[in-house]
Design a protein around this ligand. Structure first.
Ligand SMILES: Nc1ncnc2c1ncn2[C@@H]1O[C@H](COP(=O)(O)OP(=O)(O)OP(=O)(O)O)[C@@H](O)[C@H]1O
Ligand SMILES: [Zn+2]
Ligand SMILES: [Zn+2]
Length: 806
């Protein structure tokens, strides 16, 4: 008996939350599991498209159902738990189910449908068809590229059945296959073979001698025989023909750590505070308690050591662990530390990997070959089974919130998954988000503090330099006299310095020096802004995101300049003031190439430089024992932003970067240059008093009716026709408003801060609320409406807990 499955189809134009039912015939029904990717026919044309199996259908109705064409892989990339999670995620983030499923998978996994022309050679010759259309069109038909006369002729041929259109699907997820060779005979048989050879067949003899040394079970890669042993290709082929060796293509994982050495290390003995954090976590593991635990530990308090030992405990129990870090390519040190403890049991997922590497790491996880996954935001969907702990390091980081649909926060997803697995979620930070810290107050999270540094030293002393008074006493606008003096001292003492140029709030863009091309958003008429945290170019208006280019998109030149980082200029100024200082610059310009970030840090660690000069990317995670001075050149660039979290972000950044000083035996010092020395975010960062900051900021949020006192949701509407945009915004308001109580605050519809972008007008509605039980359904209705509006050209998006309201 054939089976039936419910499939969510991947048609971008048809954003749906409802699955369609398909039949799985006897040949494939046993290969299909919940989570499998399948190819199914869709629509009138029965175009083959990709879909995700989300459930089995058990009714007896087969009428009118179509067959599943094929299954894409024997072991599904998603499992039942993740399929269920996608349903929850769609509901929580007001996104369509298929966007959630796509967001969960590594980017490589996409299926493209191609059309080609099949020629009926009894009626028409291949030459005639090729003459009209050309080979490219015949193998990959793109009707929109044909002239009208070509289209007309083609349509006639189709009618006359001279040709037919066929579909092929191409899965972009490819395994890497390599040739492998195994010996087939035993030693005496090889001796026999050798005797049969002619005297001058020296190459064959040599090869036989190599074969005799091979491990029968393990075999050897063809590449190794050719390159390491210098065997000729034809000699090898003859050997295979003679039956001396058997050759097979085997799958090989692409290893993101290829060629890098790994030194295993050992547990450190925990100090008293670390021990109590560890005890709280391991107790929760024992009790299967999924209540999140906030670990508020000052910089350098040894939180990482606590994570590692907790993970070890989980592995001992035969379970797996998930460790999220802000954007892992920025914290290679963290990956190194995890791998030093757990070796090859670790898989890594982040945007710095190639698509192929990501795909392979993903499959290692699917096949239960790893125990620990370290990754950035989207790694929260890693298909680990039997999870025993989820840790979110630097839990306050804004990179955990995705700005495109599905607009999820990794913390919320982690908490949801942890409930399923009955395991603890550990949120770690020196400066927790207000959201998390306030949940501690309300008893929703457990809480433990680590107040002392692991080295038992005091936190570094922080001095604030009022730049209004020091303007002109230094050498230029970036360096005050005290800053220069302190840097000189360190260089004399052969200690190291970290200098940060705060770029938050500055817009940085990319220009080609050869042709002057500026990278702009494909949707809007604005230049894309560089984001160091996610290493992408982002459009601030539509949320479009793409990789930072290496070559000019216009002329292909590699002479690309990144404007606005300012670090280059500061580096020149430093060279004039302190010519003897050796400076390493770390910004998007110097870290574009894969692994460059890591190499720079390694060189700094080896004392190949005295000063590490960089943007925010140096604020997190660095742990260098000889850094005794941290200088912040400009603390306040972000304070002026119309962003409700401006103070919180500034406080977090300053505390983080200050924490890079004095982490080992030597005492650390921090200098902060600012034009706003009296601002509370700067004063409290100077005291490194998170708790004080928390209460002060909570008070202000309370006054302004902002998160975490109020929940927020932002509904945005855009259209080419301004009246349509506004009209639709009101229509959405009319769906939402009647469902709200008098306590909710509705702002808008108002035009966005830049209201017209590339012929499109933007309006938004912001809702602030505390308890509105009917709001959720109203927003789901808005989502449903958005599908209908999409066809009419209006775009509607819903962002729950937006990161900013601009
Ligand atoms: N129990 C311990 N005994 C000795 N050294 C320790 C201990 N725990 C941690 N350390 C060392 O202290 C330093 C700081 O630890 P770690 O980087 O884990 O702190 P952290 O809290 O994660 O810091 P941050 O939040 O600033 O990145 C590291 O060099 C680490 O090896
Ligand atoms: Zn845009
Ligand atoms: Zn160019």
């Amino acid at each position: 008996m054939a089976k039936k499955f419910n499939v969510i189809v991947n048609v971008p134009a048809l954003q749906t939350n409802t699955p369609f039912t398909y039949i799985a015939n006897d040949a494939i029904k046993n290969d299909i599991k919940i989570g499998s990717r399948v190819i199914v026919p869709f629509g009138k044309s029965e175009r083959p498209i990709q879909g995700f199996v989300v459930g089995e259908e058990t009714t007896n109705e087969f009428e009118g159902l179509k067959d599943i064409i094929s299954v894409l892989e024997p072991e599904p990339l998603l499992n039942k738990e993740l399929i269920e999670l996608s349903e929850w995620l769609a509901d929580q983030t007001y996104a369509f189910r298929v966007s959630c499923l796509n967001a969960m998978l590594p980017s490589l996994v996409k299926v493209n449908t191609k059309r080609f022309i099949k020629i009926n050679e009894t009626k028409i010759t291949m030459e005639t068809v090729l003459a009209l259309l050309g080979e490219e069109q015949v193998t990959d038909l793109k009707v929109n590229e044909l002239s009208f006369s070509q289209q007309k002729q083609l349509n006639q041929w189709i009618k006359d059945e001279f040709v037919t259109l066929k579909y092929v699907t191409e899965d972009s997820a490819k395994k890497k296959m390599i040739n492998w060779l195994w010996p087939t005979m035993d030693l005496s048989e090889y001796e026999q073979e050798q005797k049969k050879l002619r005297k001058n067949a020296t190459k064959q003899v040599e090869l036989l001698n190599i074969i005799k040394t091979l491990d029968v079970k393990k075999g050897i890669s063809q590449a190794s025989i050719l390159n390491d042993y210098g065997v000729g290709r034809s000699t090898l082929n003859t050997a295979v023909k003679n039956g001396w060796l058997v050759r097979k293509a085997v799958e090989q994982y692409r290893d993101p750590f290829e060629g890098r050495q790994m030194q295993l290390d050992q547990n450190l003995a925990l100090n008293e505070e670390q021990q109590s954090a560890y005890n709280l976590i391991t107790q929760a593991i024992e009790d299967k308690n999924a209540k999140p635990i906030l670990v508020e530990g000052v910089t350098g308090s040894g939180k990482t050591e606590v994570y590692l030992q907790s993970i070890q405990q989980v592995i001992k129990k035969g379970k797996t662990a998930l460790l999220l870090v802000p954007e892992i390519s920025l914290t290679p040190l963290m990956v190194k530390r995890v791998r030093a403890r757990f070796g090859t049991q670790v898989a890594v997922l982040h945007s710095g990997l190639s698509d192929g590497e990501k795909f392979d790491e993903w499959r290692r996880i699917v096949r239960n070959e790893v125990k620990v996954v370290v990754g950035a935001r989207s790694a929260v969907f890693a298909p680990l089974r039997n999870i025993g702990i989820i840790i979110i390091d630097e839990e306050h980081s804004e990179t955990y919130k995705q700005s495109d649909a599905p607009r999820y926060h990794a913390r919320d997803v982690a908490i949801h998954r942890a409930k399923k697995f009955e395991c603890p979620v550990v949120l770690g930070s020196a400066t927790p988000s207000l959201e998390s810290r306030s949940r501690v107050e309300r008893g929703r999270y457990d809480f433990v503090k680590i107040q002392k540094r692991a080295n038992q030293k005091a936190l570094p002393n922080i001095q604030v330099i009022d730049m209004r008074q020091h303007l002109g006493d230094g050498y230029n606008e970036n360096f005050s006299a005290p800053m220069v003096e302190e840097i000189r001292h360190r260089i004399l003492r052969k200690e190291q310095v970290v200098l940060m140029l705060n770029r938050r709030g500055f817009s940085s863009f990319v220009m080609c020096r050869t042709c002057g091309f500026v990278l702009t958003c494909p949707n809007c008429d604005v230049s894309l802004t560089m984001h160091m945290d996610s290493r992408t170019m982002r459009c601030h208006y539509c949320g479009h995101e793409e990789a930072i280019p290496r070559l000019c998109k216009n002329c292909g030149s590699d002479k690309i300049r990144f404007f606005g980082t300012g670090t280059e200029k500061v580096q020149q100024q430093l060279a004039e003031i302190i010519p003897e200082a050796r400076v390493l610059r770390m910004d998007v310009d110097t870290t574009r190439r894969k692994g460059a970030h890591e190499r720079l840090l390694e060189r700094f660690g080896n004392h190949e430089a005295d000063i590490l000069l960089g943007t925010q990317m140096i604020a997190k995670g660095l742990d260098f024992p000889d850094v005794t001075l941290v200088g912040v050149l400009n603390a306040d660039t972000a304070l002026e932003l119309p962003d409700l979290r401006a103070s919180e972000r500034t406080f977090q950044l300053l505390t983080q970067v200050a924490g890079r000083a004095g982490r080992a035996d030597k005492t650390g010092e921090v200098l902060i240059q600012t034009f706003n020395p009296d601002h509370y975010a700067i004063r409290l960062a100077q005291k490194q008093d998170y708790e004080d900051f928390f209460y002060k900021e909570m008070y202000l949020r309370h006054l302004g009716k902002y998160p975490p006192y109020y929940y927020t949701v932002l509904v945005s509407v855009s259209d080419r026709d301004e009246r349509q945009a506004l009209k639709n915004a009101y229509e959405m308001l009319n769906i939402i408003q009647p469902q709200l109580s008098a306590n909710a605050i509705v702002l808008g519809p108002t035009a966005k801060s830049i209201s017209k972008i590339k012929q499109k007008y933007y309006y938004q509605i912001l809702i602030k609320y505390q308890r509105e039980p009917k709001l959720h359904r109203a927003l789901l209705e808005v989502l449903n409406k958005s599908q209908e509006k999409f066809r009419q050209g209006t775009r509607i998006s819903i962002d729950s807990e937006p990161q900013n309201f601009l």
